[in-house]
Design a protein around this ligand. Structure first.
Ligand SMILES: Cc1ncc(COP(=O)(O)O)c(C=O)c1O
Length: 456
C-alpha cells in the first residue's frame, strides 16, 4: 500500500492554492470556479467523463516504520492477555478525554452494556434513546432488560431532539442515552439540564465521537459515563475495542470488576476466600490490541483537525446547491469528530431524482457515498426481545404489547431523515481541499443534469 503522509504541513500546502487563491476570487464558495475542470459536461452515469479517477485515502492507516515496533514487542513478549500495554492505553485515553479513569474493553457494544448495568439499569427501567444510531446502542439497553424509549431526531443536526425528551419521561425512566452520532455532538448542555431536573442518569454513546467537544469539553465527559468504540472503521481503528470513561472511581472499579469475572478490584474489595464479589463476565482487551490503539492514537488529534477543516470547507462548497442541506452543529460545539460527513438530500430540488439514483450518479463520478441508517425504532429485534422469557418475567403483558409500544415510539422526523440522509466516510475528509472540490463538482453536475439522469 502506498504510504500517505497526512501531515498538517502537507495538508496546508496541498490546499493553499485552491483554497486561498480561489477564496480571493470568489468569496464563500471559491474553488468551484478555480478548478479547471468543466462543470457542465455530461454526467459519468450518462457516459460522460468521470470527475474523479483518483483513489480516496485508504482506511485504516498503518505505517510499518512508526507503528509496528510496539506491536512486535508485545507479540514477542508472549504477554498477550491484559497487562501493562492495556493499562498504558487506558491512561492515555483518560488523559486525552479529560477523565480520571478509563477502562478498555472488547468493543463499544459491551462498553455500553457494562456502563448501563453498573449504573444499576435493568428490568423495569426505561432508557431514552435516539432512533438515529447504530443498532448496538439500542441492543445494549435491551440486553440489560430495560426498555428503549425513542425520542425523535433533530433533522438539522442528526442528533436526538432535546426539545422532545421531557415529553417521553415517565416514572420508569432511569436514564438518557444520547448518541453523538456521526461524531457530531448531541446538545449535552440541554440534555444534562433535563437529566438534572428529573434526576436521571446519563450514559453517552460517544462510540463515534473521539475528541468531539462542546465548549472545549470532550464528549463522554458530560454524563455519568462515556463509551467509545475502536472497531476497524472508527477514527481510532483497532479492529475491535471499546472503552468506558468516568470520574467516578467506585463506578469504574465496578466496571473493571465486571469485565474481569467480577473479581475484586479497587473499592470492590475481596479476600483470598471470596475473590469473586459481583456478577461479572469477561470483556478484557488484549495487549496487542492496545499496542495498535497506541499507534493510532498518535495521529488522532491532527486527523481530527483535518476532518473539521475539510468538513467546513465542503459544507461551504455544497450548501448553495439547491436540495443539499449539510449538517448543522449546535452553537457551542468547538470540535466534531466527523466519523461521517452527513447532508440531507431533497429530491424535489433535483427534479424528483431519487436518493438511490443520486447515489449511483455520485458513485459513477468517483465519489462513494451511502444512505446511512434505517428506522431503528421499527425493526423486528424489539418485538423479539419482548417475546423472550426474561422480558415476560420482568414486564406485564400490557407493557409488552408491541403494537402499543410502536404507537408510542413513532419518530416521524427520523423517518424522513432516514429517507434523505447521505453520508461520506471519515477517511474521505482526510484528503485535500481539491478532493472536496471534486465532491462539490459532482453534486453540482448531477443537480444540473437531474432530469436527464432521472429519464435514463
Ligand atoms: C453509535 C455506535 N454505538 C455503538 C457502537 C458499538 O461499537 P462496537 O462495534 O465497537 O461494538 C458503534 C459502532 O459500531 C456505534 O457506531
Amino acid at each position: 500500500m502506498a504510504k500517505r503522509n497526512y501531515s498538517r504541513r502537507e495538508f496546508v500546502r496541498q490546499n493553499s492554492l485552491a483554497g486561498l487563491g480561489a477564496a480571493i476570487a470568489m468569496g464563500v464558495s471559491p474553488s468551484l470556479l478555480a478548478n479547471p475542470k468543466p462543470l457542465s459536461d455530461l454526467p459519468a452515469i450518462l457516459g460522460g467523463q468521470k470527475i474523479r479517477t483518483k483513489s480516496w485515502p485508504k482506511w485504516p492507516i498503518w505505517d510499518p516504520a512508526t507503528d509496528e515496533e510496539r506491536v512486535i514487542q508485545v507479540l514477542r513478549s508472549g504477554i498477550w492477555s491484559r497487562a501493562g500495554v492495556v493499562a498504558e492505553f487506558e491512561k492515555k485515553w483518560a488523559e486525552t478525554i479529560g477523565t480520571k479513569r478509563c477502562l478498555a474493553l472488547v468493543n463499544g457494544t459491551n462498553s455500553l452494556i457494562t456502563a448501563l448495568v453498573q449504573l444499576g439499569i435493568g428490568g423495569g427501567d426505561e432508557v431514552i434513546v435516539p432512533p438515529y444510531t447504530f443498532i448496538a446502542t439500542v441492543a445494549a439497553i435491551l440486553q440489560t432488560g430495560a426498555i428503549p424509549v425513542f425520542v425523535d431526531t433533530d433533522p438539522e443536526t442528526f442528533q436526538i431532539d432535546p426539545g422532545k425528551i421531557e415529553a417521553r419521561i415517565t416514572p420508569r425512566t432511569k436514564a438518557i442515552l444520547p448518541v453523538h452520532i456521526l461524531g457530531l455532538p448531541a446538545d449535552m448542555i440541554r440534555i444534562m439540564a433535563i437529566a438534572k431536573k428529573h434526576n436521571l442518569l446519563v450514559v453517552e454513546d460517544a462510540c463515534q465521537a473521539w475528541l468531539a467537544e462542546i465548549d472545549h469539553k470532550k464528549m463522554g465527559t458530560f454524563g455519568n459515563a462515556g463509551c467509545f468504540s475502536f472497531q476497524n472503521s472508527k477514527n481510532i481503528p483497532i479492529g475491535e475495542g471499546g472503552a468506558i470513561v468516568s470520574d467516578n472511581e467506585a463506578f469504574m472499579d465496578r466496571c473493571y470488576s465486571y469485565h474481569n469475572y467480577g473479581d475484586a478490584y479497587g473499592t470492590v474489595i475481596g479476600n483470598v476466600n471470596s475473590d469473586t464479589l459481583i456478577l461479572g463476565t469477561k470483556l478484557r482487551m488484549t495487549e496487542y490490541q492496545a499496542a495498535i490503539g497506541l499507534a493510532q492514537l498518535k495521529r488522532l488529534d491532527e486527523q481530527t483537525t483535518i476532518r473539521n477543516e475539510n468538513a467546513a470547507y465542503l459544507s461551504a462548497q455544497i450548501k448553495a446547491i439547491p436540495g443539499i442541506l449539510p449538517y448543522r452543529l449546535y452553537d457551542k460545539v468547538t470540535r466534531a469528530a466527523f466519523h461521517l460527513y452527513p447532508f440531507r438530500y431533497k429530491k424535489e430540488e433535483f427534479k424528483g431524482l431519487s436518493r438511490d439514483q443520486f447515489l449511483k450518479a455520485l458513485s459513477a463520478e468517483g465519489i462513494p457515498a451511502s444512505s446511512g441508517y434505517t428506522q431503528l425504532n421499527k425493526m423486528p429485534y424489539i418485538a423479539d426481545a419482548f417475546k423472550t422469557k426474561n422480558f415476560k418475567l420482568m414486564y406485564s403483558s400490557d407493557m409488552l404489547d408491541y403494537n402499543k409500544y410502536m404507537e408510542h415510539n413513532q419518530c416521524p422526523a427520523n423517518d424522513t431523515l432516514c429517507e434523505e440522509a447521505v453520508w461520506f466516510e471519515q477517511s474521505m475528509l482526510l484528503a485535500g481541499k481539491s478532493d472536496m472540490d471534486d465532491i462539490a463538482m459532482a453534486i453540482d453536475r448531477i443537480h444540473k443534469n437531474a432530469d436527464k439522469i432521472k429519464a435514463k
